[in-house]
Design a protein around this ligand. Structure first.
Ligand SMILES: NC(=O)c1ccc[n+]([C@@H]2O[C@H](COP(=O)([O-])OP(=O)(O)OC[C@H]3O[C@@H](n4cnc5c(N)ncnc54)[C@H](OP(=O)(O)O)[C@@H]3O)[C@@H](O)[C@H]2O)c1
Length: 362
């Protein structure tokens, strides 16, 4: 299968993530033979211009996957639930951005620099983690591998692009309404997002967490192979257009200094330490937007933990790029390089099985 070029489908090609996927495929010169852009019936027939070529949007139906090698899905959980198995039946390998398959113990959930080997046993569907999980797992991996992780508490400050195109428009219209002295109408979110902080991302679960918070908890456990990791999260939507920020507090197994932690973080591929507070230099959403790296700063001792086993830090990354599109394309690159595009059963590889009981325990 390590052919020079592959037929790639982008499902949800008209959305914020889909459009970023097309851009990232181009930027990284992924060897695309044919690019098939798919969306709902509403968009079918529309055209988009890419690098001087005009491509028509097709309707995402099972037959559209005939001859497709890799399908990058970002059209929501319902579409993925229904259409990903159909795409696999038509011969495609799916890299899915929704939460539909992430916690299925037979589906690998992969961050490119954390657990790429989990890709080998895929059965046709691979899950791309939630954007808030994506930027955290590589940083936690550095601590897991050196001093061990005892407990993690993460509070997120998430941008509206994480909700999609309509939310971007809603924030912009509320800012305009404010400037014009008009009342702000909210339809995407339950309250105005402009000049606000909403501690509600996705639906509430019976245990009081939101589904977004539970994704951060259960996905990090699965990706890091630590099914019993003590981890908690509060996820907050803020009026930022692009990039998620996270305040992270970690209790480690062994003592660690901030200096050593910075060295460990900087050694992770794709992680940049930006930590010079006296110069007001630390990761910022506006500066991370449009970049593929994960930025870490404000690294310090967490004084609430004894014996130098506590660290606090700030992590920022572009949720549309590393948080979604870039990681998906990196996974496609890994599949191609390692000759793992076809499912495990077609290559005689052992099927993937997640470690431990990592199902959501809501
Ligand atoms: N935004 C992020 O930071 C982020 C990060 C990670 C994962 N994700 C996930 O990626 C997915 C898309 O997010 P987004 O932010 O790009 O949303 P979005 O801007 O609202 O775009 C949604 C896309 O899905 C398509 N779609 C909707 N219903 C469909 C259907 N029945 N059949 C085929 N296509 C359909 C839309 O096509 P039409 O234009 O034809 O309606 C559009 O292309 C979601 O599952 C989201 O959870 C998003």
């Amino acid at each position: 299968m390590n052919r020079t070029s592959l037929t790639v489908a982008v499902v949800g090609a008209t959305g914020v993530v889909g459009r970023t996927m097309i851009q990232v495929l181009n930027e990284r010169e992924f060897p695309v033979g044919e690019l098939r852009l798919l969306a709902s019936g509403r968009s079918a027939g529309q055209t988009v211009s890419i690098d001087g070529r005009t491509l028509e949007i097709g309707e995402a139906v099972p037959a559209a996957f005939d001859g497709v090698d890799i399908a990058l899905f970002s059209a929501g959980g319902d579409v993925s639930h229904e259409l990903a198995p159909a795409a696999v039946a038509h011969g495609a390998t799916v890299i899915d951005n929704s939460s539909a398959w992430r916690m299925d113990p037979t589906v690998p959930l992969v961050v490119s620099q954390v657990n790429p080997d989990d890709l080998e046993g895929h059965a046709g569907i691979i899950a791309n983690p939630n954007c808030s999980t994506m930027q955290l797992a590589p940083v936690l991996m550095a601590l897991r591998d050196s001093v061990g992780l005892e407990r993690v508490v993460v509070d997120t400050y998430q941008s509206v692009s994480g909700t999609g195109a309509e939310a971007l428009a809603e924030l912009e219209s509320q800012i305009r309404a404010h400037v014009n002295g008009e009342s702000k109408t909210a339809s995407v979110y339950p309250h105005p997002i402009a000049f606000n902080a909403l501690p509600e991302i996705d639906v509430f679960l019976p245990n009081g967490y939101t589904k977004e918070e539970w994704k951060v908890i259960s996905e990090n456990r699965k990706i890091l192979g630590l099914p019993d990791l003590r981890i908690s999260c509060t996820a907050v939507r803020i009026p930022v257009f692009v990039s998620h920020s996270e305040a992270v507090h970690v209790e480690t197994g062994e003592p660690i200094t901030p200096e050593r932690a910075r060295r460990l973080f900087a050694a992770v591929p794709g992680v940049v330490v930006q930590d010079n507070p006296s110069e007001h230099d630390y990761p910022l959403a506006t500066e991370a937007a449009g970049r593929d790296e994960i930025f870490v700063g404000r690294v310090r001792r967490d004084v609430s933990v004894a014996d130098d086993r506590g660290l606090a830090f700030w992590v920022v990354s572009d949720n549309l790029r590393k948080g979604a599109a870039t990681n998906a394309v990196e996974l496609a690159e890994l599949l191609r390089e390692r000759d793992w595009v076809r499912p495990a059963w077609a290559r005689g590889a052992r099927p993937y099985q997640a470690l431990g009981a990592v199902e959501a325990r809501a």
